[in-house]
Structures are given as structure tokens and as C-alpha cells.
Design a protein around this ligand. Sequence first.
Ligand code: ASP
Length: 333
Amino acid sequence: MPTRRAFLTLSALGSLSVGAWSPFRRAEAPARPARRPVVISTWNHGLPANDAAWAILRDGGRALDAVEAGVRVPEADPTSQSVGYGGLPDRTGRVTLDACIMDEHGNAGSVAFLQHIKHPISVARLVMETTPHVMLVGEGALRFALAHGFEQENLLTPESERAWQEWLREQPDDVKAEINVENKSKGGADNHDTIGMLALDADGNLSGACTTSGAAWKLHGRVGDSPIIGAGLYVDNEVGAACATGWGEAVIRVVGSHLVVELMRQGHSPREACRRAIERVIAKNPDYREIQVGFLALNRDGEIGAYSIQPGFNFALCDEAEGNRLIDAESRL
Ligand code: ASP
């Protein structure tokens, strides 16, 4: 029977034989094979969006192309009343759109308070790829889009106009902006929020996109978190990517998506990074029971995580092993 000391010595020799042993360092566990490609996106409209993204990813395409193609699906869908065409308007009846995109090199493009253009995500990509800037807003963003051949369109559908008229009739003079109010109108739980999409391609590169018509009945000129790099979306190819949905003001105050990525950089799993970021939002918002914020994250190994304040936040996940499916996120309340 070997003594304890002899056993320790034998163990040490065993470790030495694999080469990198030191008394202060355990032998590395074999690396887990990365899951890729993979794409995730927020809410129910993530399912058809993931299908479009997956068509690119499964053929070895670039994550950046996948996320742009993916989020263009709800942008063009008039029944998706919180993104692009058909989005619920601000309180003056105007549909104003916010979007941003990031690639594997840390390049970023963004548009905010953009009207009359169905695909703000593609304008954001053009800002990223053809200008020295990151962000264009309002009239300047519209002129830029028109100069690049985008068509000027009426994005207010009869359904969204009717919902706005109904809302107007019910309002006292001192109305407050209300998040997720669209979920209480026709279409109920199927009418959800911003789409944020994160993808890891077969080459191991990450990209992300985020696009929204923002909070329904917002003040004219209001910009939420979705086009703000670091708030609505952040991508760092060495670590992971994150996006946000929900009450944008609360997300901006904690620079939420950047926070999630930095927590992953410190070694937290995507789920734990999202959970800690939600705790930060809660700590900074005494009224957290009244608001919804959800984070979604994907790390460079293809691991995913999500967390929200309120129950009800879901996301779509598509990978080779199990295809495209909806998953309910964990929540704090
Ligand atoms: N985050 C979006 C905004 O505040 C809206 C949402 O995701 O519900 O504009």
C-alpha cells in the first residue's frame, strides 16, 4: 500500500510525464469541442429569422451575413409590430426605427430615429462598411439610405395605425411611455419586442444584429438601447456576444450588452453573465418589478445563455444537432 506522500509523488510524476506539470497548476482538462455554427435570437419572431440565418451558416457562410439576413425577416413582416415595417408608431403616429450591427473584427454600424426605410439593419451595415462613422441618426440617416438606393416607404400599416388611434383615444393628457404595451394589444403574447440575433459561424467568428421600432407610443425622437453599441448589442470575437431586449432606458444605464460580454471575459458562463447583468439592472432600478429587460448571450465556444427580470422572455436557438426551436429564458421574478 503506498503512503500518502508516495502517492502524491507518483501523481506528480504522472503529471510530469504529460509535460506541463507545475506544483501550482493543475493539468488542463481537454478542451470541449465548440458548437458551431449556431444562431440565437430573441422572441418568437426569432424562429423564422433563424431559418434565414441558418441557410447561410449551414453552407459555411459568414456570421455577419447570417445575422443581417436573419433580422431582415421580421423587419419586412407587417405582423411583427415591434420591428421594421408594421412597427407600432410613436405617440405622433410616426414609425421610427433603431438598429445596429457588429462583425467579428469589432466593426460597428448603427442607425437611430430612422423613418421610411424598411431595412434599417442593412443601412447600419452600410454605415459600418462604407463610412468612417459608427452611427447616423434621423434625417441624415434617411438621406444616406436614399443615396444608397433604399426605397422611401410608408411603414405604418393600417393595423398599427388603428392600434395607435385606439391608444390615443384612451389617453389622458399626461401620458407616460410604457414598455411592452404592444403585448396588451391585438395579437397579445405573439407580438413581441426587439429582435437581437447572435451567430457563430463555422470559422469560429461571431457577429450580432439588433433592430426594433422601439417602445410603442414613445415620445417623438426617443432612441432606445437597440442602436447603442454596448447597450443593445456587443460583440467581441475573443470572448462572446450579447444583446438586449426590453425597457431600453434601463439597458442603456448599465451598458447592458457590454456588461454581459465583460462578465463572460471574467470567466462566467453566458447564463451566469446574463443573470449578473440582470441583477445590476435590478440594483439600479427600484421600479424593476414594473419593467422587463432580457439579455441573450453566446460565447466563442457556442455556449448560450439568457436571463430576464420578468417571466415570459423566450428566444430561438438553431444548431446542427437539434434544429431550430424556442426556449423559455429563466427569470428573476
Ligand atoms: N429595447 C427596445 C427599446 O427600448 C424595445 C424592446 O426590446 O422592447 O427600444
